[in-house]
Design a protein around this ligand. Structure first.
Ligand SMILES: [Zn+2]
Length: 485
């Protein structure tokens, strides 16, 4: 080895020229260590490399940035939260479905491994994980670039009767949570290491003004990002209007919390949303001027019939938007597709958002939210976080515009290899570190145990079938066929 690195030569390379992604046919990427050292047409490469890998049927693109996920529990909501919801909370699953999830720490580790495998296989190379800070070792073991956001709040949600939302306040606990989070962020500074961190006062409606101001002050001192869930449910919109006389974003702006280092998760039910019924609030103007980024997770809202109004309009107004998976499936390719399609649907306009709008959000948008010019793009000096897509896979042919094909039709089966920080973590569509089949079996076992114990944890004794009736009745009887009376 002379340190010349590996030259990947591919049918398409998605390079970045400082302004925009560009599609380079017969392109090349030189990886030296954990950095990209050359991007451009293969014919223009005149340097030396230790080896050359020829991938004439592949597209090499930047790794995707998942700006918002909960990998400790997300898979366990699958089969439960779709086609269901509590009418008392406008069908949101936020307030009384969470108590079904219960895992011990060994189980949580397995769920995280499963989640990270699922994300890597969909092309995610960087994630913002909200809540998993007790499991740093698992994220580090995985090799995926992780921003851990330990979450804390002044109040917990509770709904003993399943009808009314109660806030159980414990302001001291919120401040103690901030203190622990500050220690965590101090110990895991963002930058060179694969593990970074940020502060995450949990939700706009569960934090006191004092906790939010203290969080802002701590973030300034630490030089870290601030992450908060906001404008995410009709219940929250109503509570914030009653409590503070304005929208969630007006509340945050009034506290002096917002700025370019803030990531607002969701930001769906803003004044711009026709169903929020707060058209007099200044949300649009606040988003335009504050510089805060939005972590847009279209699928989790779309499945409840709620869409952002709209991704295309936010982007055209200059708001920085990234993409997150939030719940399940943890699939960045699907999330990009929903982002584009639901924006078109919201605006009744096929050009409201394009494949490029979604791909930008999932790459440079997420990177900008993290303050990282070296992520979400392939250019000289960027981190070697790359996804290798097989353009001859069934989902990708015929290929003229590979980004369009990937966003509108690509699936995990098109993703052949994924590299993070110069290290190959997925090859042949399989994660290299863990046994995927074993993880799938474990997640099934963990979920079955959790469902069995669920009604004992619900104050009303409801079972998963009560809260989430199955698509068709389970079981079969002789007269189920309904022949004769
Ligand atoms: Zn979330």
């Amino acid at each position: 080895m002379n340190g010349g690195g590996t030259l990947y030569r591919a049918g398409f390379v998605i390079g970045h020229d400082g302004d925009t992604h560009r599609i380079i046919a017969d392109g090349a990427v030189l990886v030296r260590g954990n950095r990209v050292d050359y991007v451009g047409p293969a014919r223009d490469f005149s340097g030396a490399s230790d080896e050359t890998v020829h991938l004439p049927n592949h597209m090499i693109m930047p790794g995707l940035v998942n700006l918002h996920c909960h990998t400790t529990g997300a898979p366990l909501s699958r089969s439960l939260l779709e086609d269901s919801g509590n009418p008392a909370f406008f069908m949101s699953g936020l307030y009384d479905y969470g108590r079904f999830r219960k895992t011990d720490s060994e189980e949580t580790r397995e769920v995280i491994r499963y989640s990270l495998a699922e994300l890597l296989k969909s092309g995610a190379t960087t994630i913002v994980e909200v809540g998993g800070s007790d499991y740093v070792d698992v994220y580090r073991e995985s090799g995926i670039r992780t921003y851990l956001a330990p979450s804390y709040r002044s109040a917990a949600w509770d709904t003993p009767d399943g009808k009314k939302l109660e806030y159980v306040w414990d302001e001291e606990a919120g401040l103690a949570g901030l203190e622990r989070a500050v220690d965590f962020v101090s110990a895991h500074p963002s930058g060179e290491d694969l593990i970074g961190s940020m502060l995450a006062p949990a939700q706009v409606d569960t934090c006191t003004p004092e906790l939010l101001r203290e969080s802002r002050r701590a973030a300034d001192e630490l030089g870290c990002r601030l992450h908060i869930h906001t404008s995410q449910s009709h219940t929250e919109v109503g509570v914030m209007i009653q409590r503070h006389g304005g929208s969630s974003l007006e509340f945050l702006e009034g506290l002096g919390i917002l700025g370019p280092d803030v990531i607002l998760a969701h930001t769906i039910l803003t004044a711009d949303h026709p169903d929020s019924n707060i058209p007099w609030c200044r949300d649009g103007q606040i988003l335009e001027t504050s510089g805060a980024s939005i972590a847009h997770c279209p699928w989790v809202f779309g499945r409840r019939g709620t869409v952002m109004h709209s991704l295309g309009q936010y982007v055209r107004r200059g708001v920085n938007v990234g993409i997150g998976t939030d719940t399940f499936p943890q699939n960045m390719l699907a999330e990009m597709r929903w982002a584009a399609i639901l924006s078109k649907t919201a605006d009744n306009n096929p050009l409201s958002a394009t494949a490029g709008t979604a791909f930008d959000a999932a790459t440079v948008g997420g990177a900008r939210a993290l303050g990282r010019e070296d992520l979400g793009r392939l250019s000289e000096g960027a981190r070697a976080d790359m996804v290798f897509v097989d353009c001859l896979s069934f989902d990708m042919v015929p290929v003229r515009d590979p980004i369009r094909n990937l966003v509108y039709g690509g699936s995990k089966s098109s993703v052949d290899k994924v590299m993070v920080d110069g290290k190959m973590l997925v090859d042949g569509g399989r994660v290299l570190l863990w046994d995927e089949d074993r993880l799938a079996v474990r997640v099934q076992e963990i979920a079955e145990k959790m469902w069995d114990g669920a009604s004992a944890r619900d104050p009303l004794g409801r079972s998963p079938d009560d809260l989430s009736p199955p698509t068709y009745p389970f079981g079969w009887t002789e007269d189920a066929g309904g022949d004769e009376a």
